[in-house]
Design a protein around this ligand. Sequence first.
Ligand code: NAP
Length: 324
Amino acid sequence: MKAIRVHETGGPEVLRLQEVPDPIPGPGQVVIQVHAIGVNPVETYIRSGNYPRKPALPYTPGTDAAGIVEATGHGVTRIKCGQRAYTSGAISGAYAEKVLCQESQVHLLPEKVSFAQGAALGIPYATAYRALFQRARAMPGETVFVHGASGGVGIACVQLGRAAGLKVIGTAGTKQGREIILAEGAHHVLDHAAPDYLDQARTLTNGKGMDIVLEMLANVNLGKDLPLLTRGGRVVIIGCRGTVEINPRDAMSRDADILGMTLFNATEQDLAVIHAALVAGLENGTLRPIIGQQLPLGEAPQAHQAVMATGALGKIVLLPQASQ
Ligand code: NAP
C-alpha cells in the first residue's frame, strides 16, 4: 500500500509518499481501508521536530481516518469487516491507504456521514467535546465565546454548544469563515482581526461577560480573554503557539479558572464517553463536520501548509484514492 513516510523531521517536504507493506491485525486490532484522512495542526508540530511528542523515525503521521473495516484480529467483537468506521487514534499512522488500530480506537460511522466528515472527528470533535463538557463543564443557558471558530475544532465547538443550549459567539478572520460559523449555529459572529471586536463581544452579553471562552490561539489572546469573563467564568486553552503575558488580577477578581487541556490526556473511559456522544450527535444531525479542502494523499505537504495558514474554512482532508 501507499503511505506518507517521514524519515527526518523538518518542513512539509519531509512528507513523502512511499510503498510500504500492508498492515496485518494482531489480537484486538482492526485494519481499515482508508477513504479520507483528517489533517490536524499537531501533525505539523510533530513533523517539525519541535514538539514534546517525538515518534521513532521513520513514521507515518496521523490519527484520524474514515473508511471500511477490511480485517479484524482475534478477539475483536464490536467491529465487523465491511462496516463504515472512523478512527480516534492509530497504531500505524493514518496518512495511508490502510490503517491499523486498536479496536477501542475504531467507531462506527453513521450512514448519512461521509468518509471526509468521518475523518474530521477523531481530534477536532473529540477536543471540542472535552473542552466544553469535560473541562469547562458547560451548562445550558451559559454563553460560550469560541475564539477561533472557523477551523476543525472551532466549528465543532459551535455545533456542540448550540445543540447543548448555550448561547454561542464565534470569531473568524474572514467573511466566508464567519458565514460558515453563523450557518453552523452561532448566535453571533465577530472578526478577530477587527480592532474593537472584544468590545463588541462584551456588548453581546449586555456587559455581563462570557461564562466560557474556548481559546484556539492562547499566545495571542489569553490576556484579552480573562477580562472578557464573567464571575466564575472559565477559559479553556485548546491551542497555543508561544508565550503570553497575562494580568493574574483579571482572573482573581472574577474567581475565574484558566483550564489547560490536551486530548492526549483523555483516558480510555473519557474517550468512550466522548465518542458515544459524538456518534449520537452525528445520528441526530446536530453534528455536521464541514469540509474545506480535499487533496490527494500525495499532496500531504500542501495540506500541512494549508492547515497552518489563516483563513480556515472547516476541515482539511486527504484522499488516498485520489493518489492512485
Ligand atoms: P484550524 O482548522 O487550522 O483552525 C485554526 C483556527 O484558529 C481558525 O478558526 C482560525 O481563524 C483561528 N485563528 C487564527 N488567528 C486567530 C486569532 N488571532 N484569534 C483567534 N483565533 C484565531 O485548526 P484546528 O484543528 O481547529 O485547531 C485549532 C488550534 O487548537 C490549533 O492550534 C491546534 O494545534 C489546537 N488543538 C489543540 C488540541 C488539544 O488537545 N489541546 C486538539 C486539537 C487542536 P481564521 O483562519 O478564520 O483567522
